[in-house]
Each structure stands twice: as structure tokens, then as C-alpha cells.
Design a protein around this ligand. Structure first.
Ligand code: PAF
Length: 282
């Protein structure tokens, strides 16, 4: 595995593989790697000749300075995990290397970027589009892998692909969970023991709600999830929205779409966690 810090070196290394006719897969990450990331690397390994993983805590997607400052950073452990997972190139640049000048690009990400996370975290998706587009331009991958825990992020990146004209395949990968159902996340390490104990209720609320939904309206199901989670003193729902899985627009009735997903954000002992579940799958 080669560890690269400079954009020029990354481009040269990837070009050399591409000139040999090899397919390139990219897994963009912000490090603090866990089994969720490793499932993306494994899928990338199976589907491409060359696996590139970026590890970069992207400042432009944080709209909260404290969140950026306290974001977990475990570079040595990340390298060891990636080596074991069969990664070929790990790109670990500095902030100055990626942003020698401030990135002032504003992306047209459409309505998928305006709802839910877009409404709660202004500028977040523009920052994601800045770094992901830079990585796509540097690596020119055939495929890029993203976890479905960040369900809205995938929709936003697909939209960016369209407006920016990138030709590559986006591969969404299923959420990986702890045994008790909590979605794996780099933020889980910040949970206090009490919050960690409470956190699996998010998944239980979501799975129970798929049963509840069979004979209740969308609005009732939405309220069911909010009440279930808020019943726990450690937790507070920021939003729970049941939306069309493609447009991310709220649905009012189960017959409104044949692809319906519920997306939740919860403050759990002060740590912001997200999760989602499909009510109707394409
Ligand atoms: O999902 C993430 O970890 C980040 O948003 C990404 C895609 C690596 C961009 O910084």
C-alpha cells in the first residue's frame, strides 16, 4: 500500500495504473475508520483492479467549528486497517494541499440538498460537493463507494455528477450496524456509556415503525418514531422525515411513491447521530 500526501503524486500514481488498463475504485472517507468503511473498501476491492481510499477531514463541510475540532482522527490505526483490507493507495493530504486557496465554488445541487441535512446544516452539502468533486478530478475513478447511512449525501452526489458531467458509477453500500442495531459511525466513540446504551433505540424505533406503518398513516408513523426515541431522556430527535427515496421530497401518503425512506437525526447525549430505513424499496 502506498501512502500519498501530495495531489501530484496521487495523480501520477493513479495515471500509471490507468495507463496499464486497470480499473480504479475510490472510497472517500474522513478517517476514524470502522467496519462500515471497511465494507466499502471490500466491495471496492472486489469490483476494481486498484483501490484508492482518501482519508481527509474536510473542513468545508463542517458548519460547526467545535464538531470539526473534535472530529476523531486516528491516522495510524486507519493506515493499518487499510493495509489489511487490501487498499492500494491511501491519500492523506493536509488541508493546505487540498485547498491551497479557499474553494469558492457554489454547486447547483437542487432540491435534494435543501431538505433535511441541507436545512439543518447550511453549506454542508456544498462542502461535500467541493471535496468529492476535487477527489473525482484527481483520481478519475471508474466507481466511487458511499455508505447508505448518509442517504441524502448519495442523492446530492448523484446530482453533482449530473451538473458537473462526471462519468463514473456511484455505488451505494448498505449500512453496517453494531450487534445491538446502532449504525456504525465515527461519531459513536464520542458517546458516553449512558448515551451508548440508549443509542440502539434509534434503530429499534425505525424497525418497529415499519410494522406500525402497515396500518397507520405517514404522519402517524412519523410521530411514532419521534415519540419512541424522545421517550428516552438521553435522546432528542432533530427531525424525522419520511420521503421519496429519489427526490427526497416528503410523502403524505404511502401510495405517493414506490420508494419511501425515513431519515432521522438524533442528539444522543449531545452527539448527533443519523440513520434511515426503507418503508418501500425500489
Ligand atoms: O461521508 C463522508 O465521510 C464525507 O462526507 C465524505 C464523502 C468523505 C466527504 O468528505
Amino acid at each position: 500500500m502506498i501512502v500519498i500526501g501530495k495531489v501530484n503524486d496521487l495523480e501520477k500514481a493513479v495515471d500509471a495504473f490507468r495507463n496499464e488498463g486497470k480499473s480504479i475504485g475510490l472510497v472517500p472517507t474522513m478517517g476514524a475508520l470502522h467496519e462500515g468503511h471497511l465494507s466499502l473498501v471490500e466491495r471496492c476491492r472486489n469490483e476494481n483492479d486498484v483501490v484508492v481510499v482518501s482519508v481527509f477531514v474536510n473542513p468545508t463541510q463542517f458548519n460547526n467549528k467545535e464538531d470539526l475540532r473534535t472530529y476523531p482522527r486516528t491516522e495510524e490505526a486507519d493506515k493499518a486497517l487499510l493495509e489489511k483490507a487490501g487498499c492500494d493507495i491511501v491519500f492523506m493530504p493536509s488541508v493546505e494541499e487540498v485547498y491551497p486557496e479557499p474553494d469558492t465554488r457554489v454547486f447547483d445541487l437542487g432540491q435534494v440538498a435543501e431538505v433535511m441535512e441541507g436545512a439543518m446544516r447550511p453549506g454542508h452539502f456544498n462542502g461535500v460537493a467541493q471535496i468529492v468533486s476535487k477527489l473525482f478530478m484527481m483520481v478519475k475513478p471508474d466507481r466511487a463507494y458511499f455508505g447508505e447511512k448518509d442517504f441524502q449525501q448519495i442523492a446530492v452526489i448523484r446530482q453533482m455528477l449530473k451538473t458537473e458531467g462526471f462519468k463514473l458509477q456511484i455505488v451505494p453500500c448498505p449500512i453496517v450496524r453494531e450487534e445491538d442495531g446502532l449504525a456504525k459511525s465515527s461519531r459513536n466513540v464520542r458517546l458516553s456509556p449512558e448515551a451508548r446504551e440508549a443509542a440502539p433505540s434509534i434503530y429499534h424505533a425505525l424497525t418497529d415503525s415499519t410494522q406500525y406503518a402497515q396500518n397507520h398513516t405517514v404522519a402517524e408513523t412519523q410521530q411514532f418514531v419521534i415519540d419512541y426515541i424522545n421517550a428516552h431522556p438521553e435522546m432528542e430527535v432533530e427531525y424525522y422525515q419520511i420521503v421519496d427515496g429519489i427526490t427526497l421530497m416528503p410523502v403524505n401518503d404511502w401510495s405517493d411513491s414506490d420508494y419511501i425512506v425515513g431519515c432521522v437525526t438524533v442528539y444522543c447525549g449531545g452527539v448527533r447521530l443519523i440513520d434511515n430505513i426503507a418503508y418501500k424499496q425500489k
